[in-house]
Design a protein around this ligand. Sequence first.
Ligand code: ASP
Length: 581
Amino acid sequence: MLRTHNCGELRIEQVGEEVTLAGWVQKVRDKGGLLWIDLRDRYGITQLTLEEGRSSASAMETARKLGREFVVQVKGKVVERYAKNDKIPTGAIEIDVQSLEILNAAKTPPFVIEDETDGGEDLRMKYRYLDLRRGTVRRKLELRSQMAIAVRNYLANQQFVEVETPVLIKSTPEGARDFVVPSRINPGEFYALPQSPQTFKQLLMVSGFDRYFQIVKCFRDEDLRADRQPEFTQIDCEMSFVERDDVLNTFEGMTRHLFSSIKGVELGEFPRMTYAEAMSRYGSDKPDVRFGMEFVELNDVAQNKGFNVFDQAELVVGICAKGCADYTRKQLDALTDFVKRPQIGAKGLVYVKCNTDGTYKSSVDKFYSQQDLAEWAQKAGAQPGDLLLVLSGQTASTRKQMNELRLHMGSELGLRNPNEFKPLWVVDFPLLEWDEETERFHAMHHPFTSPLKEDIQLLDTDPGKVRANAYDLVINGVEIGGGSIRIHDKATQQLMFKHLGFSDDEARAQFGFLMDAFEYGAPPHGGIAFGFDRLCAMFGGSETIRDYIAFPKNTSGRDVMIDSPSAINSEQLVELGLTLR
Ligand code: ASP
């Protein structure tokens, strides 16, 4: 080793020892005859001192040549500091330098390599290897590593076997486009990168592996939204001979274990809520249940009083903001502007102030009496001092808008405490989802998800009503994982493909291998996958998954450091059969 100790471990107990350290120069302070150097590595910072006359002339000379981020090796004696620094663990000592050697010089870095940096996002991405030198960034990846290890240990203890599945495969539909890779030796043919290992993990159940997991890269060619990465990591799991609750209980266990072993947080209950209930109470399939402010449907008290907007609406829905009756005109206008933003798309916002004197003041006083408004308030459980906010329109879109408003109010009122973690299982998702564009049904989860037994007979008559045996784990309004009990017989799988608009031939060409496998003794099985990047971000207290990925892509799907994607040369194109010579 080029060192006897790292830069984070020397303490007062080591005073008098001769040591060798190696690392990066963070800072040099030259006070004439006296020189201090902060030497940094992954483990910490240790102060070096040199003094004219005391230190060797050659060490002094070398020290004066140093710039930021030079890589050096230093030998010296551990001494007690006069002015101790209690902000760092090595702050009681310093190294009295005897010899100093430059192992590698460095150009001045384009931004400051400290927790607080002056580098903008783009610059830091271009020089990600320098950004990763910063403690704040490195600690995020250390957390990620710790979490991956905890997952492996936990699942291994539960008899899960980690199996690697291939990356060059063919389409596994998870609702996105595939990334494809041309095959040179099979001209004109392509592999697809897995959107998930879904079919392989199911085949492993047919093989009798019983419990599988993998921390695995998945690839989805989607239009990039904020905080999506074209390649991301899942904790992918599958179990045989299980029903829904077995899967939920197993992964509730894993989630609890991670929270308690890594964050020291003991999670409370993991309540279960159906999709239908989540939609009607929160207007979202991933409700943030750290706070109430649940939806109150007001159709029966608000309609048929001459207010046309409400009368025409499929849904009139309100939320009660506690203690907000004193909102000013300006605050109410801001809320109206919020819901009218194009991303939210409401036409307007109705409010009712439940004044502390027992009267009501609303934006629709023209149409509603005090008695009417009292009825709304009663229905919404609003007390004097509270504010009712009401939206109306077509059910699905109004719920969506109200969900946004609810989350906005929750944040504004400080009800979304980042140190509180509230899990929720959302179950019984719809099996199919109507797609306006293609005018056909899509699998809401994926085509291998089993319908609820009691709903199968609806497939022919009312496919949109069929519920799936599918579930999501939601924490604080963030979807952390999702999975389902699978179809495990060929006939049902064929039926499913038919309903998704596949011809028999298409289904066979794409998924014949899976349906064949189902004919050789496929056990009942089900599983789940967790978004690992997002879980890490949540544990780190951040909303940006990019920070928890060592070398992420930017919002245009580019790696600006290696400059990818990039063109390939014409010989390669020819060789791959992508162009004619
Ligand atoms: N393959 C699914 C997904 O990526 C998860 C699962 O059903 O286990 O969402």
